[in-house]
Structure formats: C-alpha cells, structure tokens
Write a protein that binds this ligand. Structure first.
Ligand code: C2E
Ligand code: CA
Ligand code: CA
Length: 595
C-alpha cells in the first residue's frame, strides 16, 4: 500500500484557500493517481492522499479527514460502490464531496453511483481541464455550505457546531499521542446589560471588536494549532452570544495556558468603542484540562463551562480552573436556578418591610419593601444573591410584578387595620424598566387593591436612571403621571450630572449607605452628606438616608436637615406582621435623643 500526503490534514476549508484542500484518491491503479496528482499540482493544489488499498479507505479517512474524495469505482475486494455506501451511512462523511471515476460508456454504473450519493462523476481516461473545473466547483460548493453551517456570520469565527466536531476529532487523534487537550472558555461579563440598555447593534459591535482583538492576541501568542497558519481558525470559536472558546489540542506545558490567559487579558484591556461610548469589558474564564484519552467531548465542554459559571458566580473578571470542587459548586448553582424558577409558585418569596422615619419627629412615615426568599433547605436567601441570578435568568420582570401586587395587597390590608398616611417604597430592577409592562402592572395593582397612587414610591438606582435612554425617561414620566412618587436609590454611587438629574421627574434622593457605613474618614463623609442634602433641597427633593446604624449617624443627619431616616438603628426589615406591631409602637426599642 502507499499512503502519501503532504502537510497536515485539514477539516474544513475557507473559500480563499480551496487550493490547500486535502484531496484524497482511492484507485487500484497507482499510475492514474500519479497522473492526476501531477496535473493538479500544476493547478496549484498541494495536499494529496493517495491510496491503492481500498480495504483501509474508511479508516484512513477517519484519521485524515480529506476535503474531497476522487474514487475509482472498479476495484478488487472492496469496490467504489461499497465505499460510497459506507461513507454515506457514516455521520462524519455523509456530506463529503465524492467524485467518482468511471468508464465513459458505463451509464448504469454512473446512475448507480449517483443513487448512492456520489457528488459528481468523471469519465476515465480523465480529461485534465474537466477534472480541474469539476474539482473547483465541488470544493466551492462545499466551502459555501460550510460557511453557512460552521461559521458565525457576526464575527466570522467558527461556531459551536464546528467546535464540537473539531474537539471530537482532536480527542480521537490525541489518544495515540497522549496529548493534553485544554479548553479556555471565555464569557463576557454583563453583556446582556449592554444589549438591554444600548440595543442589539451596540451589543453586536462589542462582540465584533472583542473577537477581533482576541483573535489578534491568539495570533500574537502563537496559540494556533499547527505551523500551518491557515489553522488559526480552529483555535478560537464563538459558542454563544458572548461566549468564546480557545481550543488548545496538544499543549506541551503550562506556559501555553499562561499565554492564553495573557491573550484574553490583553484583548479585554483594549476598550471597545461604540458611537460615543467607551466600554471596558471583563470576562469570566473557565479552563478545563484533560488527557485526550480520558474524557469525552461533552464532558470536557461541561467542565470548562462549569468553571466559567463559577468564575461568573464569584463576581466575574476572573479565571477558574475546573476541579471536582468546581463541579459541585456549579451543580449547586444549577439547583439554585431551578429552585428560583419555582420560588414564586411555591410561595417561598416574602416581602419584608423596613421603616422609614421622619428625621424631625421620629414618626414612622413609611416603609421600604425588600424581597426575601425562604428556601426550604438554605433558609432565608438574601436578595443580593438571588436578584442577580433572577436577572440573568430573565425572571425579574415576573418576580418584580409579584412584588408590586404583593406590596399593594399588604398596604391595603394594613390600611383596613388603621394604618394611614404611610408611603410604601418598592424597588424595581433594570429588567423591569426594559418594557412598558411595569406601567400596566402598577395601574392594575393600584386598581385591584384600591390603593392611592400617592402612597407608592418607586425606587430606581442612580445608575439606571442616568442611562441616557429616552425610553427610560419616558417610562419614568409615565410612572409619575400615574401619581406615583419616584426616588433615586443608592445616590452618590453613579456618575450623574446635575443637569441630567434636574430633568428627571423625581421626588426623592436616597443617599447611598456607603457614605455612612464605608471606610471613609468622618470629616469627608460629613462634607459629602452635607453637600448632597443641600443640593437636593435646592432642587426641591426630599432626602432619605439609609444605613443609619448609630446615634451618631442620626445626630449628623438631623443636624444637616436630612428629611427621612432608614436603618438598623430603628429597625431591620421586618415580616409584615412584625412591621405592623412596630408601627403601632409595640415592638420598637426606645431611642434616646437629645432633642
Ligand atoms: P437597597 O434598595 O439599597 O436596599 C437597602 C438594603 O440595605 C437592604 O438590603 C437593607 O436590608 C439594607 N439596610 C437597611 N438598613 C441598613 C443598615 O442600617 N445597615 C446595613 N448594613 N444595611 C442596611 P437587602 O434587603 O439585602 O436588599 C439588598 C438589595 O436588593 C436592595 O438594596 C435592592 O437593590 C435589592 N432588592 C431588594 N428587594 C428588591 C425588590 O423587591 N426588587 C428589586 N428590584 N430589588 C430588590
Ligand atoms: Ca432601595
Ligand atoms: Ca439603597
């Protein structure tokens, strides 16, 4: 037998490099193959695989994966028809272009070959010009088809389908050489937020720029699969919306992994520019390493995504290496996800209420509704944990709607029991402000429980309110037109300009608790609080301070004429019945003040 081939094998070819396609020939007459090869070399083709022994054709193809097969029909033992039949029955080669070579006069064989799935046929003796044309057309068709199904239109990178295909092959091939295969899975943090707040086109631009930078770094760091430069496209894939993966098929030592992390970090360091906005992206990166023979493709992919999930869980902007511990953490998080999806239906969500107190009289003038998740085994889960998860899972709109209805129901119930003249504050999240459903929910809830709109306050965070979208401004105006008050939460943490603030239809500012509770020195803190209060008053806004924990805090805020106080000094958020008692003076602790 003769198996000759130049260079490395290739799986899929791009239009531009048809000439580097691996052309395989199976024929019992070596002289025929030599002639064809010599002619095609003259036409610029460079990679050939010629095989006399048709009995090992299938096995050889699995190892080498040609781009096209020139197949003789008449051969001893295993003929061309047998090979055609088994190729078309295999998943790997069901679509491989196959040009059969047959005697011109033999139309029965031609028909049979076409029926068995031959792509095209050529009459023997082969006419060189006809061969060149048929080969080129066949390869172009193949490339076009592959471009559609194996490449991502937005970034031009190969897609998940190609990735899985390639990984399976890498693992199979690596078994013999005991290669170490590494996946570096990269997921851009908070990509959804960019899409939601700035639109899909901005999101697309971010992905394009990032993938370009990353590809350039992959090149710089020589993370390409072989010395064959065209193989760079098998190193980096786009797997999902903001998910990319580097496939390192045979690493020699840890420096390759270091270089890949360096490539990712350097790509991330380059700011992304969309219109007038400049973004600094971060990513959660998960790495899985395995010997080729020890793991299936699905499993290795699962390990890399588990590690990515845990990286993103721990706040993003970091790298995690897969381990059994990571697997356990990721499983826990999956369970949490499933539980969260059912939490409202299972009656596990509760609203707690924290009193808001007038600074001058210390009378309770309202409350803020704060979500708590009573998990059957984990106990009370804090919103800091489950709200980001709910946002990621798109559960926030419906969870937020539940909050609005539950809060109104509770207010009506309290009102029927004599609690009057209080204002109930409800937090809304970015996702809830993403569409107009919130307006409808609010008016339906007000109607249903006969609650006066003026007794509701909607709190939105400063960063959300400052997003420069007309849509948000319009939505805030609609909320105000319903007669509901608006409050800017966590004020001082965003970057609002005064002029923008003045345009917003708001009634209230809540000074972020970090000013009272953060590590700053007292003098600085006092100056900042003083300034915010003075500024807010000059704009006719009510000022609320939250995170009031000590008598000193309270004293400072009263001195600076803050209007409303909220914090542990008065009370933690309480379940509804306890809040009712607190309101009626049964549960409050005595507060000593020098008035
Ligand atoms: P937030 O709106 O800024 O709520 C104030 C948070 O500060 C609450 O945390 C509250 O328990 C806590 N807090 C109040 N007084 C003090 C104090 O004196 N000292 C300290 N250290 N903390 C104090 P919580 O309840 O864990 O809520 C955290 C965040 O979760 C909220 O921050 C809000 O952004 C979000 N959240 C809570 N409930 C909802 C909801 O129903 N919808 C939405 N969209 N977000 C919610
Ligand atoms: Ca709030
Ligand atoms: Ca706040």
């Amino acid at each position: 037998m003769t198996v000759t081939a130049s260079n490395t094998s290739s799986v899929h070819k791009l239009h531009s490099d048809l000439k580097s396609s691996l052309i395989m020939m199976v024929d019992d007459e070596p002289i025929m193959m030599e002639l064809v090869q010599a002619f095609l070399e003259g036409e610029g083709y460079s990679k050939f695989l010629t095989l006399e022994d048709s009995t090992i054709a299938l096995q050889t193809m699995k190892e080498r994966r040609p781009d096209v097969l020139l197949l003789d029909l008449n051969m001893p033992v295993v003929d061309g028809f047998d090979i055609l039949r088994s190729l078309r029955a295999s998943a790997e080669f069901s679509r491989l272009p196959i040009i059969v070579l047959t005697a011109n006069s033999d139309s029965a064989s031609k028909l049979k070959a076409l029926e068995l799935g031959a792509t095209d046929f050529l009459a023997k003796p082969v006419d060189p010009s006809e061969l060149a044309l048929r080969l080129q057309n066949t390869l172009s068709m193949k490339t076009y088809h592959e471009q559609l199904i194996y490449f991502d239109a937005l970034t031009g990178l190969p897609n998940r389908r190609m990735f899985v295909d390639r990984l399976k092959w890498v693992l199979e091939r690596g078994k013999q050489t005991e290669a170490t295969v590494v996946l570096v899975n990269i997921n851009l943090d908070n990509f959804k937020k960019i899409n939601q707040s700035m639109g899909m086109l901005a999101g697309d631009a971010v992905l394009q720029q990032f993938s370009e930078s990353l590809l350039a770094q992959v090149h710089n760091q020589s993370l390409i699969e072989s010395d064959d430069d065209s193989d760079i496209r098998f190193s980096l894939y786009r797997l999902g919306s903001a998910e990319f993966t580097l496939l390192l098929p045979a690493i020699e030592d840890a420096t390759t992994i270091k270089r890949s992390i360096h490539a990712v970090n350097t790509a991330l360091a380059k700011p992304v520019v969309v219109g007038q906005h400049v973004f600094k992206m971060t990513a959660s990166t998960g790495i899985a390493i395995s010997a080729a023979g020890e793991v299936e493709a699905d499993d290795l992919i699962g390990r890399a995504t588990d590690a990515t999930l845990v990286a993103s869980e721990s706040g993003g902007n970091c790298v995690r290496l897969f381990s059994e511990e990571i697997r356990a953490l990721s499983k826990q998080r999956m369970e949490l996800e499933i539980d969260l999806r059912n939490a409202v239906a299972n009656g596990q969500m509760r609203l707690y209420y924290q009193p808001k107190v007038a600074a001058d009289t210390l009378v309770v003038i309202g409350m803020e509704a704060l979500l708590r998740w009573h998990h059957p085994t984990r106990g009370v889960v804090s919103p800091g944990v489950f709200i980001p998860l709910a946002e990621e899972l798109d559960l926030m709109p419906s969870l937020g709607e539940w909050v609005i209805f539950e809060a109104c129901r509770q207010l009506a119930e309290w009102s029927s029991r004599g609690m009057q003249d209080v204002k109930l504050a409800i937090n809304v999240s970015q996702q809830q402000l993403g569409d107009e459903r919130i307006i409808e929910s609010l008016s339906r809830a007000l109607d249903k429980y006969e609650v006066s709109p003026s007794s509701l306050v909607i709190e939105i965070t400063e960063s959300l309110a400052m997003g420069d979208s007309d849509f948000i401004l319009d939505l805030l105006n609609q909320i105000r037109e319903l007669g509901i008050r608006l409050s800017i939460d966590d004020f001082g943490t965003g970057y609002s300009s005064l002029s923008h603030l003045a345009q917003l239809p708001i009634h209230e500012l809540k000074i972020d608790q970090s000013f009272l509770l953060g590590p700053q020195d007292t003098l600085k803190m006092t100056v900042i609080i003083k300034t915010i209060i003075a500024m807010a008053h000059s704009m006719n806004l009510t000022v609320v301070a939250e995170g009031v924990e000590t008598a000193e805090h309270l004293e400072l805020l009263r001195r600076e004429r803050c209007d409303i106080i909220q914090g542990f000094y008065f009370s933690k958020p309480l379940p509804a019945d306890e809040f009712f008692k607190y309101f009626n003076g049964w549960g409050s602790h005595d507060i000593q003040l020098d008035l």
